[in-house]
Ligand binder design. Structure first.
Ligand code: CA
Length: 230
């Protein structure tokens, strides 16, 4: 499990104190940096679970700092933005798993966002390496092995790759075109049907889940998603 250290990069002492207090009450350990230089130093010394990043810093921009961090890690970054203009810049980065919150924000909202980002980042990213347990399934991507109720299930290479894509991102809807693109790097005419056939085959091997439903939900008119489960 990932640790609970958060790097808070913010030059406004008032904001820093409020955020730190709220996060510590929520069980996080917070390390503070006031400048880009301090942040880099801390970042290189420790493994953080998450970064909270102000944009206007005394010795540089949080956006540049974000790029620098991105070259080194895929940890989640939550921007603390002050103005709409900053929001536009953050959105311009097209940051996959990252997010922003606009000042002034309530510490309650901040804590909720931090918890959500942490869960999303580590539940999902951890599971790309380690085995996934869902219902009566145990899926090990590393060993390319699937057990259902303890019995081995065999999937074709393509079925396994589709499963990997979806099961490591539960709840995310994949269109047929997207699945085609991701699995074969092409979109060919009639390809959508091919996906339906693969999904049908995967279902016939993995289903039913203990509640009788399918592990893969059909999203009408759109595509498929792996069920969010306990
Ligand atoms: Ca600032």
């Amino acid at each position: 499990m990932m640790g609970r250290d958060i790097l808070l990069v913010e030059d406004d002492e008032g904001v820093r104190m409020g955020v730190r207090y709220a996060l510590e009450m929520d069980g996080w350990q917070v390390l503070e940096a006031e400048t880009v230089a301090e942040a880099r130093e801390l970042f290189e010394r420790r493994n953080f679970a998450l970064v909270l990043l102000d944009i206007g810093l005394p010795d540089g921009s949080g956006l540049d700092l974000c790029r620098w961090m991105r070259e080194r890690s895929s940890l989640p970054i939550l921007f603390l933005t002050a103005r709409d203009a900053e929001v536009d810049k953050v959105l311009g980065l097209e940051l996959g798993g990252d997010d922003y919150i606009t000042k002034p924000f309530s510490t309650r909202e901040l804590c909720a966002r931090v918890r959500a980002m942490y869960r999303r980042a580590y539940d999902i990213r951890d599971s790309e390496g380690g085995p996934i347990r869902r219902g009566d399934l145990l899926i090990s991507f590393e060993e390319r092995k699937i057990l259902k109720g303890g019995d081995p299930i065999s999937l074709t290479h393509t079925e396994f790759e589709i499963l990997r894509l979806m099961a490591t991102r539960p709840g995310r809807v994949f269109t047929r075109e997207e699945l085609l693109q991701q699995i074969w790097d092409v979109s060919f005419v009639g390809g959508a049907k091919t996906i339906d056939v693969h999904i049908h085959n995967i279902r016939s091997k993995l289903d039913p889940a203990p509640d009788g439903a399918s592990y893969i939900e059909t999203v009408r008119g759109t595509g498929y998603k792996w069920r969010v489960g306990e």
